[in-house]
Design a protein around this ligand. Sequence first.
Ligand code: GLY
Ligand code: MN
Ligand code: MN
Length: 428
Amino acid sequence: MPKPTIPALQPDHIRELQARYERALADNGYDSLLIASGAAPYRYRDDQAYVFQGFGPFLHWTGLAGQEHSWLLIRPGQTPVLWLYQPVDFWHANPELAEEPWQQVIEVRSRQQTSAPALEECGKLAVMGDPLVLEGVPGDHNPAALVAAVEETRVLKTPYEIECLAHANQIALAGHAAAREAFLAGESEFGINLAYQQATGQREAEAPYHSIIGLNEHAGTLHYQYYEVTPPGKPRSLLIDAGVRYRGYCSDITRTTAGVDDPKFAALVHGLDALQVRLCNMVAPGVDYVDIHRKAHQGIAALLSSSGLVSGLADDAIVERGITRVFFPHGIGHFLGIQVHDVAGKPTPAPADAPFLRLTRRLEEGMVVTIEPGLYFIPSLLEPLLSGADAQYVDTALLDELKGCGGIRIEDNVVVTATGARNLTRER
Ligand code: GLY
Ligand code: MN
Ligand code: MN
């Protein structure tokens, strides 16, 4: 039998959401829920608005990321109703709505007004969305327990969601290949960004997050946010962390490429890539995600030793003395879905040895996570190490040689399956 197309999978996804939401509403004593898509606020004393990306729960049902001022009503045992804002407007266009199977399971009504629709016979009503658009709307606004229950419905992805994430990976991978070619051809950060956008066919405003494109030292700023227009004299490294949004779902992929004559840095990239693959292979139901984070630290200690950056200490001691945290200061990853750092990852706080970890749960079939170890040369983190007692273990000459490469991160998007993992980023 041919594989169903992605749109053909969406009605079952919506039926599953209906069941999950009915439980969340019943558990929290509500009869109905109105969800606002949201709207981009205007800048202070300006007639220009911020970039709009829709509210997570609205996208969870509809995937319509660009649809402002729209409302979705969920009631137990009834077809959801979607009021789409489609004004007659000679300044702006309305987003085109392709005819798709989801419209057989959600009733769509067109609307001219931005305000919430008037509702009848909804019983005890909750309303969820950006508080900026909820002013004056009847019902309980964003009740905390219901918001938490609704966020929990996003933890286990349906088959439809997994295929959306897989497709978002395929599009982004074409962008990463183009970015790498542009780097090897000597392009600037700006030029590499253009190559990525061209290959993915995605505007910056639609991307799930601002693409991080760092050459040389810039690769060592974790969320580097600028694009130099001129290429560096000697391109030594490219770190690109960039994704794509497809039907609301995000990919979040990082690749690092060494310049042509940097064999020591290239060896480190190769070593981190091998470690990242081993970490991806740990993903399976029942595994504690925090253990993958800790395994990453052990692997980075081994890499620091084998490269000669740190010597005279056993790998365990390199971790225990906090040296790996100087080189790998962030968490091993997070949930991925409608938001790049998807919700409900931390029912318990991050442990003291991993303060920036965004996911502290035991893995279950249907979760989608990123696995993104890094190894960076960050001056503000290196300084205390190099001025302290542990400086004796560090090869400062080698560090000086590598510092100009900034750092390395390798990041894939991985689904927890019944028996192990499906790595969406290494499927081509
Ligand atoms: N792109 C941000 C992150 O990897 O978490
Ligand atoms: Mn990530
Ligand atoms: Mn990323």
